[in-house]
Design a protein around this ligand. Structure first.
Ligand code: SAH
Length: 262
């Protein structure tokens, strides 16, 4: 706790950090995928899209798969892959391995979302299980037009669409960053309603600029390691309420894999 302009006003920072919100979301998505896989074991898992949940999911699937390959268009994202047992491939390495027929995955997961991997790329494989993340969070005409997740579900013996929504709240997409920002902003509105609160500041930035434009992974990791909200309040004792509201909003996020027959 710090004081504000005078000692009658306090400044509180949430214990929950931005990275904690991200972590809860990627954990929820991974849990949904694991539930769909029903404990099945795999020889080779291929995951497309390292950011933002790909890396976490890849680490977790190391328990169910002899080999896990994480493919991303951007070579610098190798730096977010801390687990040495994950094989990272940038798009050139992936294309070469594909041409040389060195890839034979029995589990394929596409997390690339809007504008990501094409249905043609996925049709190169014939896995036991294919899971594609549905990037849509709600009806938006442009997003519906841009989304081709169902078209990607043409190969694989068992297929599923990974969906993520928020209970009673709306987000435009299911993207981990979209959900992180919306969760923190919605929590801010609720915290503001507490008696004695003057204002609430969400400590969020345009992180994708740091990660994809500046290509600075270290800076990105530092930036998300910050309290999710700063609250200016007359009373210190609203502190547990701040955490409770953040927690309640995080718990709204639910993922499930919808089986797809076609
Ligand atoms: N759905 C994810 C976010 C995906 S962002 C989540 O919610 O966490 C898209 C990611 O896929 C980025 O890391 C981007 O670099 C990668 N990507 C986009 N197109 C790709 C392609 N054609 N091949 C491999 N990776 C791709």
């Amino acid at each position: 706790m710090k004081y504000g302009i005078t000692e009658s006003v306090k400044t509180l920072e949430s214990k929950t950090k931005v990275v904690d919100v991200i972590h809860s979301i990627v954990e929820e998505k991974t849990k949904a995928v694991k539930y769909f896989l029903e404990g099945e074991e795999f020889r080779e898992t291929l995951i497309f899209g390292a950011y933002l949940c790909g890396h976490y999911m890849a680490s977790s699937l190391l328990n169910d798969s002899e080999k896990v390959i994480l493919v991303d268009k951007y070579p610098h994202l190798k730096d977010i892959v801390l687990n040495e047992r994950i094989t990272f491939m940038d798009i050139n390495t992936f294309n070469l391995a594909l041409r040389n027929k060195r890839l034979n995955p029995d589990l394929v997961i596409d997390l690339t979302g809007l504008g990501g991997v094409s249905p043609e790329v996925l049709s190169n494989f014939d896995p036991e299980v294919l899971i594609v993340e549905n990037p849509k969070g709600i009806y938006d005409r442009d997003i519906f037009q841009a989304d081709n997740s169902r078209e990607k579900l043409k190969t694989g013996r068992r297929k599923g669409l990974l969906n993520t929504y928020r209970i009673s709240r709306v987000s435009k997409t299911s993207g981990t960053m979209t959900l992180t920002i919306d969760t923190i902003l919605d929590a801010c509105h609720e915290i503001r309603e507490l008696e004695g609160v003057l204002y609430v500041v969400p400590n969020i930035r345009y992180y994708e600029g740091t990660l994809f434009h500046e290509k600075n992974v270290k800076k990105f990791i530092g930036e998300i390691n910050t309290p999710a909200v700063t609250v200016s309040s007359l009373e210190e004792d609203i502190y547990p309420k701040v955490e409770e509201i953040l927690g309640k909003n995080i718990d709204r996020i639910k993922s499930f894999v919808e089986p797809v027959d076609r």
